[in-house]
Design a protein. Structure first.
Lengths: 494, 185
């Protein structure tokens, strides 16, 4: 092999270069390295794989992992080592064109990067509005595009762009003594509603992920006068059935209809529970079945900064003097259980400190215009860069081997939780047009996938985000025409 | 014991030199050998062979940087052992990956083996390494001299693996241009 000549020649380089490099690797230690022979590792991995497969078939791996520390660490070691990535993707410049027809949209056939764990597609989409919830919105009429007007919605399958049927919703309602005329255009994809056009939002707000057509979330800006004659306002969440026009006032009779200054909401997937936040930071849990409203502060015995709704558990935390403590409330027994305490908030601090670098919960902030009931996991890093994931339901700490927390300042790090809350997209180190790193931390599999991308052609990339629960998307625009877009789409296969 | 004292023991043909070398550099040599051979028994053998070679070299040679000197011998011995054993790809350590990566520096039509001697190529690579930033050079040497894994390098340098790979990729591209300009291809 010709490259052996280079390898041999490297053996004769300047000794000063060798010494410095070996110092970096800490190879000057005196004790013998305890390296486990590879054949033993392979056998152990095989055994673990078989073990995991059997467990998946017979019971919950998560349960085993929760109760068996040693088993959990072995399984994590297997999964992390398994996703070692070698190939570097050179981000291509897609064919230039300003055609406004979908026929001219270029899609590179799917190709596998990263040892088969990620499949990539490249899409050139002139005059695209955006891409979210698995749908590309495209305006093929240049005049309408410049007016910021209607978009058509498409999804891509096997290189074909398939237009989604569009519907118009227009109804009038009266809620809490306020009148509303609600009008928008929508499509359905993957069981979820995606809006393609909405009238100027005067007195209602629709989240970016409003849910299915039978129970679409919408917040109505309501006003009423108190007994003192003071006018108060609130953004009152209700559900709409777009097929029948029925408005479902799910909070009616709970007492929540009297809460002033509601700023945020989230609803459970089974529509039995809701979280509400007032703009002063007060949080509420609503049992929609029993029609009962609970103050999270009263349930906890203290004020929570934020919370996460995880099944029948409400996990809460507070930060005092930059230190976290967390607890959970069982929503059936209302018993409080301590999860952890004394963990530093390491976001924005010196990078060598140990502490939590990611934890996102339900509070007064509307995350990216979406409904978000709080993350199931937190991420803690140690001073040496090693990473633990904290299960916010149980408080268990799970080490993530193979992941070194990026050595960049907090301000550089962007993260985005996947729509199902099971993966965290981490990216940062943006220098000019290039991200130094993009990675996906899978909380279910406890694995970390790092993209190996080189934006060598200096494509004008914007921030990566989740296109759907299994797909990361990066859009790039022409430096002057922002509606001429290229999409770099990555399906996470593992 | 510091390196100069160890070297003096070799110069005096005092067998304690090997004991002291083993004590101070045993792990160091083992790491280098293991990166290439990925096998404990073979790596132990390489380390023992290294001690013998060092004993044979000093004197007359008197190294100025003992760690680099013994590291180079370990590397050479291990590479030769690897060639002798003709290992299959899996279980063969980092060396196959490194060789694959370095292939990128050589165009397919190159007849490098006909035109170059190792010393000339080494000299050119030395010049090339001198053009790199300190970090780029250290990362490159860690990968292609010490044959450390990308994961290990990332951990030690506190980089993401993506950053390490990208840096190596770009450096290999630069090496390719350098070797072409130098007439090696």
């Amino acid at each position: 092999m010709k490259s052996e000549y280079i390898l041999d020649a490297m053996g004769e380089i300047d000794e000063e270069y060798i010494t410095k490099a070996l110092k970096r690797l800490s190879y000057e230690v005196t004790e013998k390295a305890e390296v486990r022979p590879i054949w033993i590792k392979i056998l152990r991995r095989a055994a673990m794989f078989i073990g995991v497969t059997l467990l998946v078939m017979s019971s919950s791996v998560a349960t085993v992992m929760a109760f068996n520390e040693e088993f959990r660490e072995e399984v994590i070691d297997f999964f992390i080592d398994f996703f070692h990535i070698e190939e570097v993707e050179e981000v291509p410049v897609l064919p230039v064109g300003t055609e406004v027809t979908t026929e001219s949209m270029y899609v590179e056939p799917e190709r596998t990067f990263l040892d088969g764990h990620i499949e990539g597609r490249y899409i050139h989409a002139p005059f695209s509005g955006n891409a979210r919830e698995g749908v590309f919105t495209i305006c093929t009429d240049e005049i309408e595009l410049n007016q910021g007007s209607h978009y058509d919605a498409y999804y891509e399958e096997n290189g074909e762009f398939i237009k989604l049927q569009e519907f118009t919703f227009s109804e009038e309602y009266s809620v809490l003594g306020n009148d509303f005329h609600i009008s928008f255009d929508w499509v359905e994809h993957g069981g979820q509603v995606v809006l393609t056009y909405i009238e100027a939002e005067e007195n209602y707000r629709i989240p970016a992920n409003p849910g299915p057509k039978e129970n679409m979330m919408i917040e109505l800006l309501c006003y009423w006068n108190t007994e003192d004659g003071e006018q108060v306002e609130t953004t009152y969440p209700v559900l709409l059935d777009l097929t029948t026009g029925e408005l479902k006032d799910v909070l009616s009779g709970t007492g929540a209809e009297k809460l002033e200054h509601l700023a945020n909401r989230a609803i459970s997937e089974d529509y039995t529970k809701m979280l509400l936040a007032q703009d002063n930071g007060d949080l509420y849990y609503v049992d929609l079945v029993a029609k009962k409203l609970y103050s999270v502060e009263e349930l906890s015995g203290e004020k929570a900064s934020a919370c996460s709704l995880i099944g029948n558990t409400l996990s809460c935390w507070a930060v005092e003097k930059d230190v976290y403590h967390a607890w959970s409330i069982d929503l059936i027994t209302f018993e409080r259980k301590e999860l952890f305490s004394g963990i530093l908030n390491a976001m924005g601090t010196d990078k060598d400190e140990t502490g939590i670098v990611y934890l996102s919960g339900f509070d007064t902030t509307v995350h990216w215009g979406t409904m978000f009931g709080g993350s199931y996991f937190a991420v803690e890093k140690s001073a040496d860069g090693s990473v633990n994931v904290i299960d916010m339901e149980t408080g268990d700490k799970i080490p993530v081997e193979g992941l070194v927390w990026p050595s960049v300042q907090y301000d550089d790090v962007i993260w985005d939780i996947s729509p199902d809350g099971k993966r965290l997209l981490i990216c940062g180190g943006k220098i000019g047009l290039k991200y130094e790193y993009i990675g996906v931390l899978d909380f279910e599999k406890m694995s970390y996938l790092e993209f190996a991308r080189d934006n060598v052609n200096e494509v004008n990339e914007w921030t990566p985000y989740w296109f759907d629960k299994d797909t990361v998307i990066i859009h790039a625009t022409d430096k002057e025409q922002y509606n001429v877009r290229d999409y770099y789409v990555y399906d996470i296969l593992q | 014991m510091d390196d100069n004292q160890i070297i003096e023991l070799y110069m005096e043909r005092n067998e304690q030199a090997i004991e002291e070398t083993s004590s101070k550099y045993g792990g160091f040599c083992f790491r280098i050998a293991y990166n290439i051979l990925a096998n404990r028994e073979d790596s132990d053998e390489s380390v023992n062979d290294t001690y013998l070679k060092v004993w044979e070299c000093i004197p007359p040679h008197k190294p100025t940087m003992f760690s680099a000197f013994i590291g180079k011998i370990t590397r050479r011995v291990s590479l030769n052992k690897w060639r002798d054993k003709n290992r299959i790809k899996r279980g063969g350590g980092q060396i196959f990956l490194a060789l694959d990566e370095l292939e990128e520096c050589i165009p397919a039509e190159s007849n490098i083996e006909e035109n170059v001697e190792c010393k000339e190529l080494a000299s050119s690579i030395n010049v090339f390494l001198g053009t790199l930033s300190e970090i780029e050079r250290d990362v490159f040497v860690c990968r292609y001299w010490a044959l450390a894994s990308v994961q290990e390098i990332s951990s030690k340098f506190r980089f993401s693996e993506s950053k390490t790979k990208t840096m190596l990729f770009r450096t290999r591209e630069k090496l390719k241009v350098h070797l072409q300009k130098g007439g090696f291809m």
